[in-house]
Design a protein around this ligand. Structure first.
Ligand code: SER
Length: 325
């Protein structure tokens, strides 16, 4: 099949926590006009609109997606649009429809239009309490207790199927909680680890919805973007796992994060009022074994708890001082 030399990339969920930063990085790498950002309801930020094309689409509607793929001659999709774990528990039916419906549409379009590559994020939410919670291995029992986790396990199997049956080059990582300073996450169980920074800077107080000792796997945004781009850049022969790769970076509890923040903001006070999200967190891993991703395509994160905290506080303090927080 004829393929042009310049990549034409579509990012769905481009107004979301990961999408808003990944789109800008891809535009930097491939040129603004070659990376089409697609959002649904949330208003796109100024930089997202000024640096390249932006479209509103509903990814659960195949014709809307297909129209964009044809119009821009898309060959690569980063499909990030999804509902996260906490909002997924508030409306499981909608979570299934959005997460599975949209992935099915993307994979079908990839098959029908011979797209070159698809990236789709899975999550640590694929694991349930039956899996080992410390150094959770790549291959273990997957019995998630949230609808979000169910859609991620089903999605991983669907990706693997489209690769085996149709040769669709779809690649995936199981992201942990993502910490970032640009766009806040929405509806996740790991969101406390972002909110806490905003509140520490604005109010010097935070009420955490998880217990102080709840250890969860996390990752700073630069590593999150690096994982997606390195995986997508790797030669196909190196991608031996077509469900989804474990990727780890940092694991910590709210108490450990508070102690690290206090090194920069000594007067910071955190209270704990666990809610329904505690049960979700308790069913997830504490630490992840990512040796397969390291071995296959050279995964290697840069940020630890101290460097991530320092960078977050520096960035948010600057925005606060400029009245933009
Ligand atoms: N950050 C996600 C959530 O909490 C995990 O993939 O739902």
């Amino acid at each position: 099949m004829y393929r042009k030399s310049t990549k034409k990339i579509l990012v769905t969920g481009a107004t979301g926590q990961i999408g808003s930063e990944l789109t800008l990085e891809l535009r930097h790498k491939y040129g603004g006009e070659n990376v089409i950002a697609a959002g649904h309801r949330r208003k796109p930020g100024e930089r997202l609109v000024s640096s390249g094309p932006f479209e509103f689409i509903d990814v659960t509607k195949k014709d809307e997606l297909e129209k964009i793929v044809k119009e821009y001659d898309i060959d690569t999709v980063y499909h990030l649009a999804a509902m996260l774990s906490a909002t997924g528990e508030e409306n499981p039916q909608q979570a299934w429809n959005v997460n599975m419906g949209s992935l099915y549409n993307v994979l079908e379009i990839a098959r029908e239009h011979g797209l070159t590559r698809v990236f789709w994020p899975s999550s640590i939410a694929v694991f349930g309490p039956e899996a080992p919670r410390v150094k959770t291995p790549q291959n273990t029992v997957l019995i998630p207790k949230t609808m979000y986790g169910v859609t991620k396990v089903a999605g991983e199997l669907l990706c693997n199927y489209y690769f085996l049956r149709y040769g669709v080059d779809v690649r995936s990582v199981r992201y942990p909680g993502i910490i970032s300073s640009e766009t806040p996450p929405g509806g996740g169980t790991t969101d406390y680890a972002v909110e806490i920074f905003y509140e520490a800077i604005k109010k010097k107080r935070y009420t955490c919805f998880l217990r102080a000792d709840t250890v969860l796997p996390m990752m700073y945004m630069p590593d999150c973007i690096k994982a997606a781009i390195n995986l997508m850049d790797a030669d196909a022969s190196r991608i031996k796992c077509r469900t989804s790769y474990n990727v780890a970076a940092i694991s910590f509890s709210p108490a450990e994060l508070v102690a690290e923040i206090k090194k920069h903001i000594p007067e910071f006070v955190c209270e704990y009022k666990p809610d329904f999200r505690q049960k979700i967190a308790d069913s997830w891993p504490m630490t992840i074994d990512d040796c397969v991703a390291r071995e296959d395509w050279g995964w290697n994160p840069e940020y630890d708890l101290a460097s991530m905290t320092r960078d977050m506080i520096e960035k948010l303090k600057k925005r606060f001082a400029e009245g933009r927080l």
